[in-house]
Every structure is written in C-alpha cells, then in structure tokens.
Design a binder for this molecule. Structure first.
Ligand code: UGA
Length: 437
C-alpha cells in the first residue's frame, strides 16, 4: 500500500519505519527540517533501540522516504496522523494545534477513497469533529481512529508485533470499508493472531486514554502502598510480588519508586480529566486527581529522604543522580521524575551532578543549571549521596565495593527499588529504598 505518515516524532518515525518494514511504500512528513534531514539519512533524532537499524534497512530498499513537503501525501491511499498532543500551557487540556494543522495540511491532497488514520492520543470527540472537517473537503475520504499503544524503549517491537489493534470507524461496524483497508495495512501482525477490535470512534479514542489512566493508577496504587509500608515498616517490593501473583492483579506496573513521567501518562490523565469536565462527567475521574497527587508526592518524598540521608541538610552537599531519562532505554526527559528531583535538590542548595547513558543532551536543554557528567565514575567521585533514579542496567549492576572507594560518603537512595539492600549494606553503604525497611 502507499502510505503517508504525518508527524515524525517518537510515534510517527517509528510507525513510518515499521510500515515500510511491513512491506508498504511509505513517505514520512514533518515540518521540522532538521528531524527530516536526520531521518532521511537513516539517523534517528532520538534514542530508540533498533530504530536506526530499521531505518537503514528499509531505506536501502527504497520503500521509505522523508520530506517536509505535505504535498508528498498525494497519491497515498492511507494517511496516518502521528503528531503530538502536548498539555496546553497553563491548563490540563490537550493542545490539538498540531492535529488540526496536520489534517488541514492534508485536505488538499486527499482523493476519493483515501483513509485518514488518527493515531495521536486525543480527547474523546475529536475524531468525529475531524471526520466532519474531512468530509466537507473530500466527501469520499474516510476517517478511522487507530490508537497507538507503543512504549518508548520497545517502540519498534510494539509496532511490528502489537498486543492488539483497535479500529474506530464511523459506524462501529465490522463491514465498514475502512476495516478492510486497515486489515491490509496490518496484514502481517494480523496473520500471526494479533487480536483486532472494531469499535465506534469515541470508544477507540477512549480505549487509549483509559489504558494509560489504568497504568497510571496501577503505579500510583503501589506508590500509595509504599507510603503505607514506610509508615508501617513493611516492604512494598515483597507486597507487590505477593499481590502480583494473583493473575487478576498481575505483577507488571507494580514497581514502586519515584513514580511515572514521560510525554504520555502525566499529560494523558490530565487531559482525560479536563475532557470529562467538558462532558459533564468530571466526577467519574476525580480519582485521577489523587493518582496524579500520589505521583507528584513521590518527588518531594525523595527530596526529603535525601535530606535525611545526608544527615545535616542539603546545603553544599554533593549529590550524584544516576539517570535523567523518564525511564531506561529512552533519552526522553519530558516530565522526567529523575530530573525534576535533581532540579529540586539543586534549588534547595545541593550541588547536583547528573549522569545518564543517553539523555544528557536533552536534560541539559531542559535544566541547564544542573551539572552533567557522562562518565559514571567521574560523576560519582566524592559524592556525599548517590540517588539511583532511572533504572538503567549499568546502574543496577554497579559494584558497591568499588563504588564505596570513590564516593565521599557511602549513602545510596534507590529511587526505583532495584538494588539488593543486603548487598549494599554489607559493602558498608547506608541504603534507603522507597517503601522498604
Ligand atoms: C505509555 C504506555 O505504557 C504505552 O502503552 C502508551 O502507548 C504510551 O504511554 C503512549 O501513550 O504513547 P511510555 O510513556 O513509553 O508508555 O512509558 P511506560 O513504560 O508506560 O512508563 C511510564 C512511566 O511509568 C515511566 O516513568 C516509568 O518509569 C514509570 N513506571 C512504570 C513506574 O514507576 N512503575 C512501574 O511499575 C512501571
């Protein structure tokens, strides 16, 4: 099939490359010239495992091109909208400027029978509004909502082998002609048994926000349990292991720590609350306010624990923060709890050094006032306290005996509960986890 992908950020760049891998002829379109130049030379503008190899692979076959010229969408029969929907400045709601601009830009190039496929995360009701806009310009074109569930760090495999496909179509019916078109797009994953659900437009939009809200709730639930474990002297990691063995609960996303961040979960739960308010259903989602509050409390809790760990206040203390990305295998620092904690510590008088295998450039752009050191050993030298805030494998594997020699005081706060407390304590470290005795 001939496919255009509009928006080449985390979602679009991966989607374009994966669609080419699935055998389609794809053009990726974005207004950002630098991004397009990088992608066109098979360079990923962000760190995503496997993406550069995939870009090289499909560009060599000629099945993937990139351009800033939206007119290149003409001739494609399927157009994926993959632009971002960030949080509006000063508000909880989602900013739909990029989605609206992408659709407007596409209108002159739509032909009869074309299918526009929305993948961006949008407030419920957006798809039916956009279907109206498209219908006015090209009555024979169609709109489908096909939410994306990929995780950063696993984006390529999540796109090539999704755990489910959701098609929201205007009448919610299996026999809608767009279903056949999308089945052809996703023929390969469908042939391996990927479940596929056809819904109406609002249900498809809600599937995405509901899924992310559930994940956020699960994380905040276990972080609330961590608060209780701290108060009661219990161990939240063993608690999670035990409740997670009930397969109705499951162990995944029950890792207590400094909480969730990134470009999706935090802004999606806020946009969901804002949209529920507009629909007069705000009460249904008031619990998400608590989910957000528990999550934010994690960050201040770590600042307080670091103060305790340092003994006599933070002023002038040399703190080394391991990890800047919002999670491992990503260089994304959007709403990163690790960086937010580093910045708060610095504001309270600590001298903070941050290290991360991939995210330092992005971190330095966001918080230029912090000190960044790429080399872990250098970053750790003479530290008064070490904070493990993003659980990269190399940090989990640090040797406490070796490390004790380079720091000025062996104190570690394990913000992701990934270290073995006994091992660190026996190497002479003062160890603190979150919700662990
Ligand atoms: C999330 C969803 O998991 C994807 O399904 C969704 O497609 C995506 O948002 C999106 O909307 O585009 P992502 O933001 O890549 O994916 O990250 P997650 O793996 O969900 O992690 C989010 C945050 O939760 C991270 O900061 C992570 O460290 C934290 N987390 C995760 C925990 O604190 N504890 C856990 O047990 C799991």
């Amino acid at each position: 099939m001939r496919i255009s992908v509009i928006g080449c950020g985390y979602l679009g760049a991966v989607h374009a490359a994966c669609m080419a891998k699935l055998g389609h002829s794809v053009v990726g379109i974005d207004v950002d010239e630098r991004k397009i130049a990088e992608l066109a030379s098979a360079k990923a503008p962000f760190y995503e495992p496997g993406l550069e190899e995939l870009l090289k692979d499909v560009q060599e076959t000629g099945s993937l091109t990139f351009t800033t010229d939206i007119s290149a969408a003409a001739g494609s029969n399927v157009h994926f909208i993959c632009v971002g929907t960030p949080q509006k400045k000063g508000e909880n709601a989602a900013d739909l400027t990029f989605v609206d601009a992408a659709v407007q830009g596409l209108l002159p190039y739509l032909s009869s029978g074309d299918v526009v496929v929305g993948k961006s995360t949008v407030p419920v009701g957006t798809a039916s509004r956009l279907a109206g806009v498209i219908g006015q310009s090209e009555p024979e074109a169609h709109l489908v909502w096909n939410p994306e569930f990929l995780r950063e760090g696993h984006a390529v495999s999540d796109t090539l082998r999704p755990d489910r496909l959701v098609y929201g179509v205007s009448d919610g019916a299996e026999h809608n002609p767009c279903v056949e078109v999308l089945d052809e797009v996703y023929a390969i994953p469908l042939s391996t048994g990927t479940p596929r659900l056809v819904t109406d437009l609002p249900t498809a939009e809600l599937v995405k926000t509901a899924a992310n809200s559930f994940l956020a709730t699960k994380i905040s639930f276990i972080n609330a349990m961590a608060e209780l474990c701290d108060a009661a002297g219990a161990d939240v990691t063993r608690l999670a292991d035990a409740i997670g063995l009930d397969d109705r609960i499951g162990r995944k996303f029950l890792n207590a720590g400094i909480g969730f961040g990134g470009g999706c979960l935090p802004k999606d739960i806020r946009a969901f609350m804002a949209r529920a308010g507009e629909l007069g259903a705000d009460q249904a989602l008031t619990f998400l306010r608590e989910v957000d509050a528990i999550n934010m409390r994690r960050r201040s809790r770590v600042v307080e624990l670091t103060r305790e760990l340092c003994g006599d206040g933070l002023l002038g203390k040399r703190i080394t923060v391991l990890g800047a990305a919002f999670k491992p295998e990503s260089d994304d620092v959007r709403d990163s709890p690790a960086l937010s904690i580093a910045a708060q510590l610095q504001l309270q008088g600590a001298v903070v050094t941050v290290t991360d295998p991939k995210a330092l450039d992005n971190a330095a752009r966001r918080f230029p006032e912090l000190q960044y050191v790429q080399d872990v050993d250098l970053a750790l030298e003479k530290a008064d306290a070490v904070l493990l805030l993003t659980e990269w494998t190399e940090y989990k594997e640090l040797d406490p005996h070796l490390l004790a020699k380079s720091v000025s005081a062996p104190r570690i706060l394990d913000g992701r509960n990934v270290l073995d407390p006994a091992k660190w304590r026996s190497a002479g470290w003062q160890y603190r986890g979150l919700g662990r005795p």
